[in-house]
Design a protein around this ligand. Structure first.
Ligand code: DXP
Length: 667
């Protein structure tokens, strides 16, 4: 198959619905589906409940529009595939155990028990939403997949997207586990995994579910969706009863847990006691994608040919038809004004838009309309792809400065030979002042800690003026090569999103050892080889091993960064002899990284012939970090000058400063 007009990352309910809609409009569409079985759409009960869920504002409008689309949308899908989607406007009842303080529209106790007999006698009232109901999410997913396949969408199952390749706010391709692919336009619909590709503030929120089976001879008939305070009970037409769902902020922690299942069973039987005798049929779990405000991210992205459709949290099934419609319209150049409320930019400045930066200038419309005969790929390739970058940034991007002793890394020149870290400072103000005092032009940032808002890292990426400082994203926290490769790619995106379009630097750290934080030499070499292939300027953090340093140089690394002593230990340079051998053999800059505790040790490293230093703890944790920043800057410079000046040889005996011969004797 040739290049797609649109490539959708994510083969879940949202990705498939968008792909199907696009295909129906004439576009050639590819879907990358990492693992169909893991899609959040499987881990849902399929409730269609805008009002019962208590949604408000733009979320209520979006979900009501989606609910209104459901009858036609699901009927067409059923006609196309011959599959039942389980769409059933069964009505939703929200029983209340304490209805005394509820609004006047609350149903009486008699009425609520009339709507659904055999509820707990403790239910004293409730609300009834006759227009709402359910779809069978699994059946719907199956139907969507069949529809997409039958319409000719190229669904690539088992293919994971690994990174977007970008230039000037334009996606130029996508790297996958099965090679490189290109399309005219891209859609990110990867649910809880979206953040692997772009630093959008989307996290997994685990939900556990249980299915019971109505016994064939049961006198009890559940006919309504019951939306309780801590449980929902969704009876399917085939006799299954779905109990959902826990809402757990535990990352990608797999399995059903005893506590999770117990909670569902207890709450369900408390509300509808006959369930206690229903056989348990199945337990499962999944990961909903959740944003900080629990509303989805829909529409534009920092790239002009990348559209976002992720973060639907517990409303993915409900919002599927409207998401597909609005996203396709947006790709066609007709964005609905409602999308403004779901734009990714709403998180800017909140500390949640991790690594997502505002465009210096607005991006043009994401794509022209999808013409029936002119494939999207051709149309979008005529899009302007370059955006102005701030003038100060152009200064940083300019050819080497006229400094006859500049530090040159991967073709880029720097006047300062001191790189600094951003961790461990008491506050951002102190950090900024000490970085300035140190004269450092390269500052390293832990991608993973920034992304996860680790303590002290909330808003860190936004706290530095990246028009003046060159970002060195680092892979701190990665214990394996694969993890470091993934995080390096995210780091590159982060730098781009923060305005450093051409920043391909990565400080590679693969550290499985938690006690001494010693790097894994084999994992580091393997990751470095891969990242070099992907066009990174790799600065690997390694033990001071001259042979490894040579291998890394041969692999194409931009520098080597041998450690002086363990990170944060302040032990100084404990391996000077090895560092000297590395310096002697290296044709790339050698940066002594970690362990330096005082300016004298900084100077000592530079005197050994190191090309640069990286210092964090000794500055951040000094009693006066600003003064220490300056001291380290001066020491780095002094050490460099001393190295260039050439120190005197060390001798066993004294040699007097003035001649001992020719002196006047007293006689
Ligand atoms: C920030 C950083 O990259 C550190 O991992 C680095 O190795 C600095 O070490 P010190 O904190 O010992 O200066």
């Amino acid at each position: 198959m040739g290049q797609a007009d649109v490539l959708v990352v994510g083969g879940g309910i949202i990705g498939l619905a968008i792909a199907t809609e696009l295909r129906q409009q004439g576009a050639n569409v590819t879907v990358l589906s990492r693992d169909f079985k893991a899609a959040a759409g499987h881990a849902a009960a399929g409730m269609l409940a805008p009002s019962a869920e208590g949604l408000t504002g733009s979320m209520l409008e979006l979900s009501q529009r989606s609910l209104a689309l459901y009858p036609d949308w699901s009927r067409k899908l059923e006609e196309l595939t011959g599959q039942d989607t389980g769409y059933w406007p069964s009505g939703i009842l929200t029983p209340l155990f304490d209805s005394a303080s509820a609004s006047p529209t609350v149903l009486s106790q008699a009425a609520v028990h009339y709507y659904q007999p055999d509820l707990s006698a403790d239910v004293t009232g409730g609300y009834w939403y006759p227009e709402e109901g359910q779809a069978d999410n699994r059946a719907l997913l199956k139907a969507l997949r069949i529809a997409a396949q039958e319409l000719g969408v190229d669904i690539q199952e088992g293919v994971s997207a690994e990174a977007f390749l970008q230039q000037n706010h334009h996606v130029t391709g996508i790297l996958t586990t099965h090679g490189h692919q290109q399309a005219g336009h891209y859609v990110l619909a990867a649910g809880a995994w979206s953040r692997d590709l772009l630093p959008v503030p989307v996290k997994p929120r685990k939900g556990q579910l249980v299915a019971l089976l109505t016994p064939p001879d049961s006198p009890y008939a559940l006919k309504r969706v019951l939306y309780g305070e801590h449980i929902y009970i969704v009876p399917r037409k085939d006799g299954r009863v779905i109990l959902g769902a826990t809402d757990e902020d535990v990352g990608f922690a797999p399995h059903n847990t005893a506590m999770g299942v117990a909670q569902l069973l207890n709450e369900a039987t408390r509300l509808y006691p006959p369930l206690a005798d229903f056989p348990l049929q199945e337990c499962w779990w999944g990961y909903r994608p959740v944003t900080p405000d629990e509303a989805p991210i829909l529409g534009t992205s920092p790239c002009n040919n990348l559209t976002l459709a992720t973060g639907h949290h517990r409303n993915g099934v409900l919002l599927t038809p409207v998401t597909a419609k609005l996203i396709v319209e947006a790709i066609q150049g007709q964005p609905d004004p409602l999308l403004d409320a779901f734009d990714w930019e709403r998180f800017i400045g909140t500390g949640d838009a991790v690594g997502m930066a505002h465009h210096p200038t607005p991006a043009p419309p994401i794509s022209p309309a999808l013409p029936a005969v002119d494939p999207l790929g051709c149309a979008s390739s005529t899009q302007p792809t370059s955006f102005p970058i701030p003038t100060t940034m152009q200064t940083l991007s300019a050819p080497p400065v006229t400094d006859d002793d500049a530090l040159v890394i991967a073709g880029r020149s720097f006047s300062s030979r001191l790189m600094t870290g951003t961790g461990k400072f008491d506050n951002f103000e102190t950090m900024r002042s000490s970085l300035a005092a140190s004269g450092s032009e390269i500052v390293t940032v832990a991608v993973r800690r920034v992304q996860t808002n680790a303590p002290g890292h909330e808003g860190l990426a936004q706290a530095i003026d990246w028009t003046k400082i060159w970002m060195l994203p680092n892979t701190a926290g990665c214990t394996s090569a694969d993890e470091a490769i993934r995080v390096a790619r995210l780091g590159r995106e982060m730098a781009k999103l923060l305005g450093q379009e051409d920043n391909n630097f990565v400080k590679l750290e693969v550290i499985p050892d938690a006690k001494y934080l010693l790097p894994d030499p084999i994992g580091t070499l393997r990751a470095a080889e891969q990242l070099v292939k992907e066009g990174f300027a790799v600065l690997p953090y390694v033990n001071a091993d001259p042979i490894l340093a040579k291998y890394l140089e041969e692999a194409g690394c931009a520098t080597v960064m041998p450690l002086g002593s363990p990170i944060g230990s302040g032990q100084g340079v404990r391996n000077a002899a090895n560092i000297q051998i590395i310096v002697e053999n290296a044709k790339i800059p050698v940066v002594v990284d970690a362990g330096i505790g005082s300016p004298s040790e900084a100077a000592e490293s530079m005197e050994l012939g190191a090309d640069a230093l990286l210092i964090n703890t000794a500055i951040a944790k000094a009693q006066d970090p600003i003064k220490m920043g300056r001291a380290m800057g001066l020491a780095t410079e002094a050490g460099r000058l001393a190295y260039l000046a050439g120190r005197i040889p060390i001798k066993a005996y004294a040699s007097a400063s003035s001649p001992l011969t020719g002196t006047i004797t007293g006689q």
